[in-house]
Write a protein that binds this ligand. Structure first.
Ligand SMILES: [Zn+2]
Ligand SMILES: [Zn+2]
Length: 317
């Protein structure tokens, strides 16, 4: 065989090799993140959190966490602005009107179910841990192909007993979170704190603000817990967001309520930090709740066929 033919053949083989490699492992999907924790702080207003230039009620998020990750200033709930619907948008990537008392399952399968199916791991690799008992419904779906399949473990409400057990204090939910992370080392976790929504509904301004301060402290403690645990450090991304905001002053009942499409209900907080995210970066790109599962699925390299939402590319290094 002439030398130039041999060269041509080996070049062809080399190119075929390159193409097949690219096909198996796209170069832009080389994420270091192996575990994801989503913390949902229930119902603060943007005006008392990141939208307050003094950041007086969120010192840890503004001063300790923000330099280590990405803050989005243009993040929204663009669907129904109440607890179960906001959380369902985060877990399924789809906005739906859903019963807010835990009496209805989401229409579409969750990020947790897709994760467990794709990873082949057992249920304790994915957890939903919530102060609000009704959020147990996030674990399952009414979707015919997915109902009762690939279910995550749940610990929601009083004693973790789920729908009907009642709300649990956030201090207990934080303790339970650290126990579950230490015991089971799950790779995908959603945590819900009931404050400041709980005190907001009682029309108690002082306790509402204290709820923001307390959950800011839990967020900081959670980040430090993840950094101190050898299983999580360096391989974990933390997302912090809200299910909804609250009415602006002068809209309906003001801060004590929420649920419409006023700017106070729609404009919410978003923070993400981990080995694949920019640091000390403020994003002004419009993002929304359904973009969270789209982005996490992308990082875990699977696709959620039933979800809307877009990958938040600007957050990545
Ligand atoms: Zn509420
Ligand atoms: Zn409103």
């Amino acid at each position: 065989m002439p030398a130039h033919t041999k060269h041509f053949l080996s070049l062809t083989l080399f190119l075929a090799f390159l193409v097949s490699c690219r096909h198996d492992k796209p170069v832009d999907l080389n994420f270091k993140t192996e575990k994801v924790v989503i913390l949902v702080i229930d119902g603060p207003r943007y005006s008392e959190t990141y939208g307050d230039p003094t950041h007086q009620y969120i010192p840890h998020l503004a001063n300790d966490l923000a330099p280590q990750g990405v803050v989005s200033e243009s993040f929204r709930n663009n669907g129904p602005t109440y607890t179960t619907a906001g959380h369902t948008a985060i877990t399924t990537g789809f906005y739906q009107e859903i019963n807010n008392a835990g009496a209805e399952l989401p229409l579409n399968p969750s990020l947790f179910q897709y994760y467990l199916m794709n990873s082949g791991k057992d249920s304790t690799a994915a957890w939903i841990i919530a102060s609000k008992d009704k959020l147990e419904i996030l674990g399952n779906t009414a979707h015919a192909d997915w109902e009762n399949r690939y279910l995550p473990a749940t610990d929601c409400g009083l004693n973790g007993a789920g729908v009907g057990s009642g709300y649990r204090h956030d201090s207990l939910t934080y303790i339970r979170t650290t126990e579950i992370l230490s015991t089971y080392h799950p790779n995908l976790v959603l945590i819900n704190f009931r404050e400041p929504d709980y005190s907001g509904h009682q029309n108690n301004w002082t306790n509402y603000l204290q709820g923001i301060i307390d959950t800011d402290t839990y967020a900081w403690k959670l980040w430090n817990f993840l950094q101190a645990d050898p299983y999580y450090t360096g391989t974990t991304s933390l997302f912090i967001t809200n299910d909804h905001g609250r009415h602006l002053d002068g809209v309906s009942s003001g801060f004590s309520g929420h649920g419409d499409d006023c700017e106070g209900c729609r404009h919410i907080n978003f923070f993400a930090a981990g080995p694949d995210f920019k640091q000390n970066f403020v994003s002004t790109t419009q993002h929304e709740l359904t973009d969270i599962p789209a982005t996490i699925a992308y990082m875990f390299e699977f696709r959620m066929a039933t979800a809307d939402g877009e990958i938040m590319h600007d957050l990545f290094k």
